[in-house]
Ligand binder design. Structure first.
Ligand SMILES: [Cu+2]
Length: 489
């Protein structure tokens, strides 16, 4: 399946508000108010299918048939038929004036003309010109609001920076030189005890306990958030977009993101083919059925789980399905001031005021991901796998894993299957970095400490960026492009 067609498909699928510009007398059936053009392309599909009609879409829709041919863009040509046997020829232009605005589910237009099929164009031909405007993707935050208390906690600068530096320190530790490490240690932000730091992506990742840090820190976060508002886990990973041919209403509900859990449209980083193909793949039905569902089954398979240490379970989840979940449900990032799309997302050391606003809930960046309501659904799902792991061990060798509490959080005692007595939650000294510890930490000083730690952690990247005068980066959770377990992705 050529990528150009997939990308074009991503731009066409959706709900378009349809309006005749003229010819109303000749085409009274198309001159109705609130006509909607629904466009879909099946998984791996090479054709555009759709419907033109009015809610509730249960009768009287016109059917749309067209080839999906990126070589002809911006020209589109479709046949439309109604139930009475009337057939229309539709020639249209897919409007690119919006440029990158139309990628990632932003606004776009299709404008063109309809005529009765079987008549040649000319003065006697009745043509009707139309325009169709795509509705932007409805973001999860519009469907799944927070209570004020929880929202305030999540969007506080301290919490944003805590989450970012916690992930960045362990993800980048193996790339830091001695000077950088000394700097980070001096601020208390080394991931784990000094000299025995637990880097999350290095050779020892499955054995050094970093996976326990990952599971424990997020369990702590989920418990504290749930104390302010119920945030249910996904009982299973939400199914991909239903094909319009299986039911128009189900398609519409999905595209309008009724439950908040629809996968947002993909986007492209210019020139970064590896990222673009990966993102399309993880957001596709193939990605869901061929990879997500396999992971989902593996992490509930007692035989597999009973042979894993807790740290290896956490580390495998973190570096695989966790990156996928973040990026699959991420929407194209936008500049909070201008609304312009930012396919690379925020620079990790850009601490301008605008990024701290509540609308910055981009799932691809640890600075903002925890503001996105989908975060809690899938981190809850990940957390529920810990119980599956425990039950699997109980069944295979009862008593080898013992429950305990760590800082009031239900956890497990060190032993054959558990490495650490104290997973890493950031600096333990009073005040410093204690953002998850009850009162919300120590104020301005901590905020500046965390910014400084991030500047040190990213200092080599900033240099590269300065020299090359560009931002050669990807969104945080889209940097590593892990393969799925299905082998194809
Ligand atoms: Cu996190």
């Amino acid at each position: 399946m050529p990528q150009a067609e997939v990308l074009l498909g991503e731009r066409l699928v959706g709900i378009w508000d349809f309006r005749l510009l003229d010819g109303q007398e000749d085409y009274p059936g198309l001159a109705l108010e609130r006509l909607e053009l629904l466009l879909d392309i099946g998984p791996g599909g090479r054709a555009v299918r759709g419907a033109l009609g009015q809610r509730p879409f249960d009768k009287g829709n016109l059917q749309v048939f067209g080839e999906l041919d990126a070589g002809k863009v911006p020209n589109l040509r479709w046949k439309l038929t109604d139930h009475a046997g009337q057939v229309y020829d539709c020639q249209a232009i897919f409007d690119e004036i919006w440029g990158n605005w139309s990628s990632g589910g932003g606004q776009a237009t299709i404008s063109g003309a309809l005529s009765e099929l079987g008549r040649q164009h000319g003065f006697s031909t009745r043509q009707a010109r139309f325009v169709a405007v795509r509705r932007p993707f409805v973001l999860a935050r519009e469907r799944l609001p927070y209570r004020p208390e929880l929202k305030a906690w999540l969007m506080s600068p301290g919490h944003r920076l805590f989450h970012q530096v916690w992930h960045a320190a362990r993800d980048r530790w193996r790339h830091l030189d001695e000077t950088q490490r000394r700097g980070v240690r001096g601020l208390g932000w080394q991931p784990g005890p000094e000299g025995k730091e637990r880097d999350a992506r290095g050779k020892e990742r499955h054995r050094n306990g970093s996976g326990e840090d990952f599971l424990f820190m997020h369990r702590d976060m989920v418990l504290k958030a749930r104390a302010m508002q119920p945030l249910p886990s996904w009982p299973s990973l939400p199914a991909p977009r239903p094909y319009i041919g299986h039911g128009v209403q189900a398609f519409v509900d999905y595209v309008e993101n009724h439950d908040g859990y629809s996968v947002p449209p993909s986007w492209e980083i210019p020139g970064d083919d590896g990222f673009n193909a990966w993102l399309l793949g993880i957001k596709s039905s193939d990605g869901y059925f061929g990879n997500f569902q396999l992971w989902e089954a593996q992490y509930q398979n007692p035989e597999y789980l009973s042979n894993l240490c807790l740290g290896e379970l956490g580390s495998r989840i973190e570096l695989g399905i966790h990156d996928w979940l973040h990026m699959c449900w991420a929407s194209l990032a936008r500049d909070p001031n201008s609304g312009l799309s930012m396919p690379y997302a925020r620079n990790p050391v850009d601490f301008s005021e605008r990024w701290f606003r509540e609308d910055n809930d981009f799932l691809g960046d640890a600075f903002s991901s925890h503001l996105n309501p989908v975060f809690w659904a899938f981190h809850g799902w990940i957390d529920d796998r810990i119980e599956d792991w425990f039950l699997a061990h109980e069944q295979a060798h009862p008593g080898e894993v013992l429950r305990t509490f760590v800082d009031g959080v239900p956890w497990f005692a060190p032993g054959r299957w558990v490495e650490l007595a104290r997973p890493w939650l950031g600096p333990q000294q009073a005040g410093c970095g204690a953002w998850l510890q009850g009162n919300g930490g120590g104020g301005e000083l901590d905020i500046e400490t965390m910014k400084l730690a991030l500047r040190i952690i990213h200092s080599d990247e900033t240099e590269v960026e300065r020299l090359s005068r560009r931002i050669p980066l990807r969104p945080w959770y889209g940097r590593h492009l892990p393969p799925g377990p299905g082998g194809k992705q």
